[in-house]
Design a protein around this ligand. Structure first.
Ligand SMILES: Nc1nc2c(ncn2[C@@H]2O[C@H](COP(=O)(O)OP(=O)(O)OP(=O)(O)O)[C@@H](O)[C@H]2O)c(=O)[nH]1
Ligand SMILES: [Zn+2]
Length: 476
């Protein structure tokens, strides 16, 4: 069984270049404009940068999985050979992925350093941290393997790119920095728009008196949230947070300085959670693996001053009690890119409650924006109504700008790409479906043709391979 090695990367590069060239010429052929944000007026550019690509999550529908990117369904249990295993991608670095797999027969977790199968790259199937994958060609001694296939994702957030996140922890501090209700609302609206379950926690509670905390609790309850209080400093509330995160993949979201890194470290060294040491989530790391080390709280200021162009590595840190925590506290500026004028109301529990309690269960107009239309079920006597107005206005301005610039206001119609050096680009989606199918057919064929030359696919059962079968089927 060959061990995937760095020499494989050399082998892939002409294929990838070839694909890139093919892609570029397709775009040119259609005379479609590629709009680059840098070309916007300074003011527009600024507001767009500020709204940069934050926490956009996709809830996948089966439609989004074309046969060009076939995935294993969550219930698939492929028969595994001795050199295959199923695992979770815990970190990605350059061309390697660190995958934690269950090794047979001991069933304990083992870290493997993996490359991604060339075919997956060719069909542009991105493997993300958090993905559940099938690893093959495993060398159990050298801890090497190759990612052969990916399972369907339940969710996908894009900044940082993590698959299968099933919990968002929105963390703020009561003081240092002071809890600011509008900023908190922005983060909550962004988090709600992903439709991933949320926990709201307030840190640094040892800095304020009991009365202040009770005040916040009542206030946040009226917003529809049940906040958890904690202090990394005094260890207050860390145990209940730990049990809240158990067995889930959690991303911590919150402004700079509230204590996200500190909390991650505290949770990972929590003695209560470590009762389960060498239990559920224990695995054997590769000697010298650095990605598992503690978050440096000292790195805070460097991180908050992090340039847009810096590459960020995301890793999922296993919690000893079970579950994972994403280690990139990267969400400092909610962009609200995924939120539309019509959907922003869905992110306010107060509005949802008023609609539910209304005798008709809705407003008189289906497209009611709840800004005083006749027959509107949303009444004005609630604290965050002004914030709702403010956000609605901001989103309206963005949608109008998109309409002028891209000829579409739906975020889903514009693709955002982080190009070289992190420059953000947007381009309209390629519209004509027929054309797309045509070129996809050609691409499928060229992938099938290319396969004969691929060393790393030689060991696979090409006849029965699910990905290849799907490509062939589509071309029939
Ligand atoms: N008083 C007090 N300070 C805390 C507490 N938790 C964290 N801190 C301090 O708050 C500062 C910021 O903490 P970090 O964990 O780096 O904050 P962060 O949210 O990761 O910040 P960014 O990395 O900039 O997003 C550090 O000086 C911590 O020591 C707490 O419970 N009480
Ligand atoms: Zn209404």
């Amino acid at each position: 069984m060959p061990i995937p090695s760095i020499s494989l990367l050399r082998h892939w590069s002409p294929i990838i270049t070839n694909l890139l060239l093919r892609h570029v010429s397709t775009v040119r052929h259609r005379h479609l404009p590629i709009v680059v944000f840098a070309a916007a007026k300074p003011q527009q550019q600024k507001s767009y940068n500020a709204r940069k690509n934050f926490l956009r999550a996709k809830q996948h529908t089966s439609k989004e999985y074309s046969s060009l990117a076939p995935v294993l369904s969550p219930d698939d249990k492929p028969e595994l050979t001795e050199s295959q295993a199923i695992g979770t991608v815990a970190a990605s670095q350059a061309n390697f992925m660190r995958v934690i797999v269950q090794s047979e027969p001991s069933r304990s977790g083992v870290e493997l350093l993996c490359v991604v199968r060339a075919l997956l790259k060719k069909i542009k199937r991105r493997v993300l941290v958090g993905d559940k994958v099938v690893v093959g060609s495993i060398d159990w001694v050298d801890r090497r393997g190759m990612i052969e296939n990916v399972y369907q994702r339940s969710t996908e957030i894009l900044d940082p790119p993590v698959a299968n996140v099933d919990h968002l922890l929105v963390l703020f501090s009561v003081e240092q920095p002071k809890l600011e209700p509008f900023t908190l609302t922005r983060f909550l609206v962004e988090a709600e728009s992903t439709q991933i379950p949320i926990t709201l926690a307030l840190n640094k509670v040892e800095l304020v008196d009991e009365e202040t905390l009770v005040g916040w609790k009542t206030r946040l309850q009226s917003w529809g949230y049940e906040p958890l209080f904690c202090s990394v400093e005094s260890k207050y509330g860390i145990d209940s947070l730990a049990s809240n995160l158990r067995d889930q993949t959690t991303v911590i979201v919150g402004p700079s300085g509230v204590g996200k890194s500190s909390l991650i470290n505290a949770l990972r060294s929590n003695p209560r959670a470590s009762d389960a040491v060498e239990g559920d989530n224990w695995f054997e790391p590769i000697l010298g693996s650095k990605w598992l080390e503690d978050q440096r709280v000292g790195e805070v200021s460097t991180r908050s001053g992090r340039g847009k162009h810096t590459t960020r590595h995301v890793s999922l840190l296993p919690l000893s009690g079970g579950g994972y925590l994403a280690d990139t506290p990267g969400f400092n500026q909610p962009s609200l890119m995924k939120v539309t004028k019509q959907s922003v109301a869905q992110a306010f529990p107060e509005i949802l409650k008023m609609l539910k309690e209304n005798e008709h269960g809705k407003c008189a107009f289906n497209d009611c924006l709840h800004v005083g239309e006749p027959g509107c079920a949303v009444k004005g006597d609630w604290e965050r109504y002004q914030y709702y107005f403010q956000l609605l206005d901001e989103i309206r301005i963005r949608e109008e700008f998109q309409l002028r610039t891209f000829g579409t206001k739906r975020e889903g119609d514009v693709r955002f790409k982080v190009g070289d050096m992190g420059v953000q680009q947007a381009e309209p989606r390629l519209e004509p479906k027929k054309h797309r199918r045509q070129s996809r057919k050609k691409m499928n064929q060229s992938i099938l043709d290319d396969l004969d030359d691929d060393d790393d696919d030689k060991d696979l059962d090409l006849e029965n391979d699910p990905i290849l079968r799907a490509l062939r089927n589509e071309n029939q």
